[in-house]
Design a protein around this ligand. Structure first.
Ligand SMILES: Nc1ncnc2c1ncn2[C@@H]1O[C@H](COP(=O)(O)OP(=O)(O)OP(=O)(O)O)[C@@H](O)[C@H]1O
Ligand code: SF4
Ligand SMILES: [Mg+2]
Length: 326
């Protein structure tokens, strides 16, 4: 079976300072997503997660490399086929207000994507909007309200309803619970899991919170400065990190992790993430890596499959993590 998303050496660069500088937000990422899975992407602020998510739903065109959606190059499709493809790949953002017009009633906001497509009668579109709102836990009375009359969590449910009316195949969830009160985050994650089962959705789940990513994901990719450092099964990554950056993220995790998921020796991330305009030579994590050696500056580690399904980019992958250096 073909993958729902396949990225090969994907790059998304931004030109800044009037073209004088190039921000390499995504700088050579390869992965494939399976239908129905939740693929988590984790990394610090500025690592390129949102840029990657936007590239997957064709809101940003790759600078280089390739992206295939449903085994087709979306940029080789005709206008109508491209729009059909866009409809199948949707995104929900961190800010619950981002996609909601404050002057529109909730029902109208949820119906809007269908209005644009002109599907069915207005009454049918209204009925679908209200049915989807009900499915995400918002009773009919909420349909008549305005965004300011809803809590952050309720608004985020509206945003999910908005994309579900389109019956997408894949939803990029970009920090969808980060702005919400911790007390309702678990409810929201459970809602995402229920909707996935019911609608057969595939998720690209972006977060900087390891607790969230391991709760919901089947597989996880760890991103740093535009590249993946490590990728594998969510439990494997959390229990046995093979890359020093993953281990540092695990030990720096502020949300209490079960003790068996914590590495023996606490390594807290030092310093700031370098600029994606001029990333360090060789391994881009080397300026913060406690295990860096000369080779790390002179040679970029290969992205290799160290164990079946387990990819890592580190010269000393698996040898240095868990505080041991062999
Ligand atoms: N439109 C743009 N123009 C120029 N630079 C950009 C643009 N969008 C993102 N960047 C830069 O690209 C890098 C990656 O940004 P991105 O938003 O993808 O990171 P992120 O991992 O989502 O971070 P966060 O966790 O803070 O959301 C950052 O250095 C950011 O400043
Ligand atoms: S390649 Fe070197 S600098 Fe990079 S993570 Fe591995 S040990 Fe650290
Ligand atoms: Mg982001």
């Amino acid at each position: 079976m073909t993958s729902i998303v396949e990225a090969k050496d994907l790059r998304v660069h931004f030109s800044t300072s009037g073209g004088a500088e190039t921000v390499k937000a995504v700088d050579g990422v390869s992965f494939a997503m399976n239908r129905g899975e939740t693929f988590g992407v984790i990394g610090e602020s500025g690592s390129g997660k949102s840029t990657l998510g936007r590239a997957v739903v064709c809101l940003l065109k790759p600078t280089a490399g390739a992206i295939r959606l449903d085994d087709a190059d979306p940029y080789a499709l005709s206008g109508a086929a491209f729009r059909k493809n866009r409809r199948d790949y949707q995104i929900v953002f961190q800010d619950p207000n981002a996609a909601l017009n404050p002057r529109m009633r909730i029902r109208d906001s949820v119906r809007e994507p269908l209005d644009i497509l002109g599907e069915g009668t207005r009454a049918e579109r209204n009925a679908r909007a209200v049915a989807v709102l009900d499915r995400v836990g918002l009773r009919a009375e909420f349909a008549e309200r305005y965004p300011h009359e809803l809590s952050g969590g309720q608004k985020q449910r509206v945003n999910i309803a908005r994309v579900l009316t389109l019956r997408p195949k894949l939803v990029v969830c970009d920090e969808v619970v980060a702005a919400l009160d911790v007390s309702i985050q678990a409810d929201m994650l459970n809602l995402f899991a229920d909707l996935q089962r019911e609608f057969g959705l595939t998720y690209l789940f972006i977060t900087h919170d390891l607790g969230v990513v391991s709760h919901i994901s089947d597989r996880v990719a760890v991103m740093y400065l535009g590249k993946f450092m490590e990728m594998g099964g969510a439990d494997d990554i959390a229990e046995r990190p093979l890359h020093p950056y993953t281990e540092a993220l695990l030990s720096a995790e502020p949300v209490p992790l079960p003790s068996h998921l914590r590495s023996g020796q606490r390594i807290v991330l030092q310093g700031e993430i370098p600029s994606p305009i001029s990333p360090p030579s060789g391994c881009r994590f080397r300026t913060r890596c406690p295990f860096a050696e000369d080779i790390c500056a002179s040679s970029e580690p290969e992205w290799r499959e160290l164990e079946p399904g387990r990819y890592v980019a580190c010269h000393f992958a698996g040898q240095v993590t868990k505080g041991r250096k062999s």
